[in-house]
Design a protein around this ligand. Structure first.
Ligand code: ADP
Ligand code: ADP
Length: 216
């Protein structure tokens, strides 16, 4: 589904990625682990079109995503990729349900279809009683689950997550892991996850270790 070939990245002549190759198949949960500064976030951002490589290419199915620019890139990203970060950046003035719906409305999907799916996702994530709550009225674990529902609303081909459990207690982290596994098994949802969490790395279908700009 996703193929990266010979990715390199320099920040003002300093090499941060030194030739990375990755193949990810549909339904896989791939974790990227390794010490701080190894290049994990840089790699994830390039795979997710949030940053451009100095050299190499990334293909998502038949699209060379490293060649996309401007509106085409923004539209492709919103339709095909979902993002989960340690800090979820929910919009404080909107309800949980509205936060989840917004990327669907931006995509231009029919509003009743978006809303039905958002309700389904939030209910599946155990937030049935929280649809109209604003982020400040939700616990940290609940807010992160809203962010997961938002990442899934447009049925992304791949979900990219950067330290998704970094801000959660161990119980909520375990629940998030179970959720990723369930989504992978039930819907063949594909994940690429940067994490320091060893439990999460263990439950992934494949764990890649980065060291000094390379997968080792
Ligand atoms: P990791 O996620 O494994 O901790 P990063 O990808 O965040 O590693 O960073 C890899 C290296 O690239 C680090 O040395 C970091 O300081 C450097 N780096 C990351 N982003 C930038 C940037 N925007 N400008 C300059 N250097 C950067
Ligand atoms: P968790 O362990 O899942 O993170 P908490 O124990 O923090 O949950 O919260 C339990 C419940 O209390 C949550 O369902 C949430 O709705 C409510 N709650 C938590 N924080 C707040 C808050 N700041 N304002 C209002 N309700 C809150």
């Amino acid at each position: 589904m996703l193929i990266a070939r010979n990715l390199t990245k320099n920040y003002s002549n300093l090499p941060v990625l030194k030739g990375v190759d990755i193949n990810v198949s549909k339904g896989e949960i791939v974790t990227i682990v390794g010490s701080s500064g190894a290049g994990k976030s840089t790699l994830l951002h390039i795979l997710g079109t949030l940053d451009t490589p100095t050299g190499g290419e990334v293909w998502l199915e038949d699209v060379n995503i490293t060649a996309l620019k401007g509106n085409k890139l923004a539209d492709f990203r919103n339709r095909n990729l979902g993002f989960i970060f340690q800090f979820h950046h929910l919009l404080p003035e909107f309800s949980a349900l509205e936060n989840v719906c917004i990327p669907g409305f931006i995509k231009g999907a029919k509003s009743n279809i978006v809303k039905d799916r958002a309700v389904f996702l939030l209910e599946t994530l155990g937030l049935k009683e929280r649809l109209e709550h604003r982020p400040a009225q939700l616990s940290g674990g609940e807010q992160q689950r809203v962010a997961v529902a938002r990442a899934l609303i447009n049925e992304p081909k791949i979900v990219m997550a950067d330290e998704p459990t970094g801000n959660l207690d161990s119980q909520n982290a375990r629940e998030l892991h179970q959720l990723f596994t369930e989504l992978s098994e039930r819907f063949q949802q594909t994940f690429i996850i940067v994490t320091h969490n060893e439990d999460l790395a263990k439950m992934s279908t494949r764990s890649l270790t980065m060291k000094d700009g390379k997968i080792v």
